[in-house]
Design a protein around this ligand. Structure first.
Ligand code: PLP
Length: 397
């Protein structure tokens, strides 16, 4: 016998991966330049040159035993100190290396935090549209996952729906800003409203309700948009960060959990996080890249290519007649499917080798997600195809 729950997870298709794989196969048949794959969130700007240079230098100059050895399970001193300094300087928060736990990216950070917050009847609340792995992680640790319906006007948080979802079993609310898939950045006003509600409920229920801030896109913002640092608004926040997108190193698997010193029972919470990581089989994050990131932590991404793509795609689509809230961050557009059926739209696009992700797995019906972390040429060549599909569905409307 084997675990039927994990079997069900393994057997359930990951729709984004399936579309991506289809694109790779199709490219072999029709040629790469004829497949317009806007399905995946793989950064298309290269990692900073300084990062590669640092890795080479470390490999040449450090002792092989040391540079390839285990680090402390919570991460090497250099990187934890660098993260704490970065957080102090950028956001004016209190932070020391003892508040930082280095993980293999944001995904394990989220799983670890959810396990650390698991209690008898714990519930984890997400807000649609959401990164679909939240539900998988919450259920894997034995918590119930509750989804708050989307605010389709501005993709902020529907506060009255959140108020209905939160109850005495709620352990945490996950917020993701800038958001995958909508690209929306949560405003300070939204975050203050969430903080007010959670403060009242934490008092009423006699235990803290945490915010889990999932922040892999923190630095990916446009037109001067500001991403508030949630611990400065609500102290019971656990930050799950990743360098996958900001340094374009998703395959290196690097991220961290920040447990603010002001969080309720912060020290013990950190210990619970460390224990949860251990229970998930975490030994330490890869050591060479930990050292390299420590030296490159202050590099901000050069977003020029994403800016150009965002403008081109947003203006091109809205000119055709598509409806979409202009996103302030990340590298996605969340577009209303003409005709209202996201799967029918995506299937028609796919027949023309235009690959988009239907919105249903993100907890919202009738939209599709586009990743503009691709080449400018792909977008330029995709726009006439978007027009064809639009006209097909407009005819049926
Ligand atoms: N959270 C969100 C919203 C994401 O979009 C992703 C990856 O795309 C992750 C978490 C996982 O990131 P990582 O590569 O750091 O595990």
């Amino acid at each position: 016998m084997y675990n039927q729950k994990t079997y069900a997870m393994g057997a359930a298709p990951n729709e984004i991966r399936q579309i991506f794989e289809y694109g790779r196969q199709q490219a072999k048949i029709v040629g790469e330049e004829n497949v317009f794959d806007l399905s995946i969130g793989n950064p298309s700007i290269p990692a900073p040159a300084k990062l590669n240079e640092t890795i080479s230098r470390l490999l040449e100059t450090e002792s092989s035993i040391r540079i390839h050895g285990y680090t402390s399970s919570m991460g090497g001193d250099q990187l934890r100190e660098a993260v704490a300094k970065n957080l102090r300087e950028r956001f004016g928060v209190q932070a020391g290396p003892e508040n930082v736990f280095i993980t293999c990216g944001a995904a394990p950070a989220l799983l670890t935090v959810m396990l650390a917050l698991k209690t008898d009847k714990s519930e984890i609340v997400g807000v649609a549209p959401y990164f679909m792995e939240y539900k998988a992680f919450a259920e894997a640790v034995g918590s119930r996952f509750v989804l708050v319906p989307a605010d389709l006007e501005a993709f902020q948080v529907n506060i009255s729906a959140l108020a209905e979802a939160v109850n005495e079993n709620t352990q945490a609310v996950i917020l993701n800003s800038p958001n995958n898939p909508s690209g929306a950045v949560l405003t300070e006003e939204t975050l203050r409203a969430v903080a007010k509600l959670l403060t009242e409920r934490s008092e009423a229920y006699g235990h803290p309700i945490y915010i889990i801030a999932d922040e892999p896109y923190r630095e990916l913002v446009y037109d001067g948009a500001v991403v508030p640092f949630i611990p400065t608004i609500y102290h019971d926040t656990l930050v799950c960060y990743s360098w996958s997108k900001s340094l374009s190193i998703p395959g290196e698997r690097m991220g961290y959990i920040f447990v603010p010193p002001e969080a309720t029972d912060s020290r013990n919470l950190f210990i619970a996080v460390a224990g949860a990581a251990r229970a998930c089989g975490h030994i330490c994050a890869p050591s060479v890249i930990q050292r390299a990131v420590a030296e490159c932590i202050d590099i901000m991404p050069d977003l020029e290519a994403y800016k150009v793509n965002r403008k081109l795609l947003y203006e091109g689509l809205t000119e055709i007649g598509y409806e979409c809230v202009k996103p302030d961050g990340a590298f996605y557009l969340f577009v209303k499917a003409p005709g209202g059926d996201a799967y029918a739209f995506a299937a028609s696009a796919k027949r023309r080798n235009l690959l988009v992700v239907p919105s249903d797995p993100f907890g919202v019906k009738g939209y599709f997600r586009l990743g503009y972390c691709t080449s400018k040429e792909t977008i330029e060549r995709a726009l006439p195809v978007f027009r064809e599909v639009f006209e097909e569905f407009a005819k049926n409307d």
